[in-house]
Design a protein around this ligand. Sequence first.
Ligand code: CTP
Ligand code: CA
Length: 231
Amino acid sequence: IAGRAAARDLAGLRVAVSAGGTREHLDPVRFLGNSSSGLMGWALARAAALRGAAVTLVAANVSLPAPADLDLIPVTSTADLAAAMTTAAQEADIVVMAAAPADYTPASASDTKLKKTGDAGLELDLVQTTDVLASLVRGRTDPRQVLVGFAAETPTPDHGLLELGRAKLARKGCDLLVLNEVGRDKVFGRSTSEIVIISAETARPPLAGSKDELAHRIWDEARAVRAAKVE
Ligand code: CTP
Ligand code: CA
C-alpha cells in the first residue's frame, strides 16, 4: 500500500467523494438517518489525496477528524448532498458516491419541536429524495468522467449479491459499482470490509481487507476505467 501511495498515480486528476449518512429533519432536533460511519468515504478521500489527486470530500454527518490536504464540504440532508456533489462533479474526473443518502424525507418539516398529543401514534408522510448518483450520470457532460457507486445489499436465497448488484448498476448507469453484503453484524462502523467491484462487463474477484486497502483497490479500478476512456 505504501508503495502504491507513493506512486502518486492520480496526480493531475480531480476527484469528488461523498461520505457518511444524510439526515432528514422532522423538526429542529429530530431526524431520519442511518448508521453510516463515513469510514469508507474517509479512506477513499485519504487514499486519493495520498496518490496525488485534488480531492473534494462531501461529508454528511461524519464525526471523524478531517483528513489533511483536501477540500471538505459538510452537508446534512440528501438535498444538500445533491447540491454539493452536483457542483463538485462539474470539475471532477472521477466521482465516488460512498455516502448513504436517506431515500425518503418528510413531506414537510416543522420549524418548532413536535409535541405529543395524548397517547395517539404518529404517522409520517415521506417523499422520495433525489437519486444523486443517477442524476450525476444523467447530467454527465464529459463522457470521460468516471462515476462510481456503492451498494450495500442483503442477499436472499432467491437473489444473490451479484444479481442484486447487476440490477442496481443497470438502474444507476454508473461505470463501477462497489458491492458489499450487509447484515446486522456486517460492515457499518467497522474498519474492515469485503467488496466486489463490478462494471457492466466484468465482476472482479471479491476483495477483503481494511477500508484503507480496499480504497486503494477501488482507485486502481476507477483509474483503469478512466485510462480506457481517455486513450
Ligand atoms: N444514492 C444516491 N442518492 C440516493 C440514494 C442512493 O446517490 N438518494 C447512491 C449511493 O450513494 C450509492 C448508490 O446510490 O452509491 C446506491 O445506493 P443504494 O441505497 O444501494 O441504492 P438505492 O437506489 O437507494 O436503492 P435501494 O436503497 O432501494 O436498494
Ligand atoms: Ca437507498
